[in-house]
Design a binder for this molecule. Structure first.
Ligand SMILES: Cc1ncc(COP(=O)(O)O)c(C=O)c1O
Length: 393
């Protein structure tokens, strides 16, 4: 038997899964390890999918998605980012989840040996995906300052050279909530224009923003239509649609046909009933997303306050996202700590190691909980475990 490609043979399983698998099936574990809300998709969205199925919409669609959905996404983007008011559907590709949008973007730009620079800590898929393609993946780390992660933008720019084919950024960031400022985006965009580097901006958390605006700063607020920029989006987080597997990619119009071809060879198209549901989600955005964000802000503030009440624990409120990313003093191995928390405290958190080397020992807690009582119970379990004599590192 011929061996697997080395890049695939060396692929590591997600460390979030490693911890979660250790606790799966135990109904006494309070799990906050995955990045999703425990609220079901709004009724109006589910109903649209049911109607689509009942009408018999069970066939393939256009590779790039239903034309009306691509138009609705273009309109939504233009409303959220007035700089893109004239954006049209020919820059939009509908994909099977944000994760597929990211993979398609990378497939379009990266081949074996191509240099790809990824800003970490970051959601593990964004490191694994370019590795699967055989790219030469390099990382640049944010640095923690008083519990929040920050970017040294000049140092980052020094790492982006004409050899850098693709820069991958995720802002607002999973796991840290770090969010690029407009000035930082401007500096990065200008620099990448000079080096000819493509930017892949993962902005799936843009609406889960707790600043004074309906969304986080986006590269789309600055870019020209033909800039070498691809922005990945998802219905998962802002519309409570993780299980539907629907996202989209904004690219220069000149790339859209290529993305369409790649979609054909990856998934052919997103399921039509999910696309109908997405149309309903966009039509009801104002009833879905702002109340969700208000609730998430309350969740974030509650969790941060409760964690900071535990002696010795410091947790900071990030400006965006659905996570508190924090460190317990004295514990330097996050995987071991997270496994112990599962088995000894019945508390499921994700280890910082999953997101890169520089966040070793950190823990990610997803606070997207419908019931604030779950968060309170989780913190109580942590407090009790820390007090127990056997909990020492
Ligand atoms: C940073 C980031 N990007 C993309 C995704 C993909 O989302 P989905 O594939 O559910 O649309 C996630 C999911 O957790 C994420 O955290």
């Amino acid at each position: 038997m011929k061996p697997l490609r080395p890049q695939i043979a060396q692929l590591q399983s997600s460390k979030i899964r490693d911890v979660a698998n250790a606790g799966m099936g135990r109904d006494d574990v309070l799990a906050f390890w995955f990045g999703e809300s425990d609220q079901v998709t709004p009724e109006v969205v589910r109903q649209a999918a049911i109607e689509s199925m009942q009408k018999g919409e069970t066939f393939y669609t256009h590779n790039l998605g239903l034309p009306e959905l691509r138009q609705a996404i273009a309109h939504y983007t233009g409303t959220l980012h007035p700089h893109q008011a004239s954006l049209t559907h020919d820059r939009i590709s509908v994909t099977s989840g944000g994760v597929s949008a990211l993979m398609l973007a990378m497939q379009a730009i990266l081949g074996a040996g191509d240099e790809c620079l990824v800003v970490t800590p970051i959601w593990p898929n964004l490191i694994a995906q370019p590795k699967i393609l055989g790219a030469d993946v390099r990382t640049f780390s944010l640095q923690p300052v008083n519990g929040l992660w920050q970017l040294d933008v000049d140092a980052l720019l020094r790492c982006i050279t004409p050899h850098t084919r693709l820069l991958v950024l995720n802002s607002p960031n999973n796991p840290s909530g770090w969010t690029l400022t407009r000035d930082e985006q401007q500096a990065i965009l200008q620099h990448c224009r000079r080096t000819g580097t493509w930017i892949l901006a993962d902005e799936v958390y843009e609406r889960l923003y707790y600043g004074d605006a309906p969304c986080a700063p986006s590269f789309l607020d600055l870019a020209q239509p033909d800039d070498a920029l691809m922005v990945a989006h998802s219905f998962s987080k802002s519309f409570l649609m993780t299980g539907w597997r629907l996202g989209w990619l904004v690219t220069p119009a000149s790339l859209t046909d290529t993305v369409g071809k790649l979609i054909e060879f990856n998934t052919s198209c997103a399921p039509v009933f999910a696309q109908r549901a997405a149309l309903a989600a966009l039509a009801h955005t104002s009833q879905i997303t702002p109340p969700l964000v208000d609730h998430l802000r309350t969740c974030r503030d509650t969790l941060v306050r409760l964690l900071n009440d535990i002696p010795g624990v410091q947790a900071a409120a990030a400006p965006a996202g659905m996570y508190v990313f924090f460190k317990l003093p004295g514990f330097d191995d996050g995987v071991e700590l997270a496994k112990r928390l599962v088995s000894e405290a019945g508390l499921g958190l994700a280890p910082g190691e999953a997101f890169g080397d520089t966040s070793k020992g950190w823990l990610r807690w997803c606070f997207a909980s419908k019931d604030l009582g779950r968060l309170e119970e989780g913190v109580e379990r942590l407090r009790g475990w820390l007090k127990a004599p056997l909990s020492q590192p």
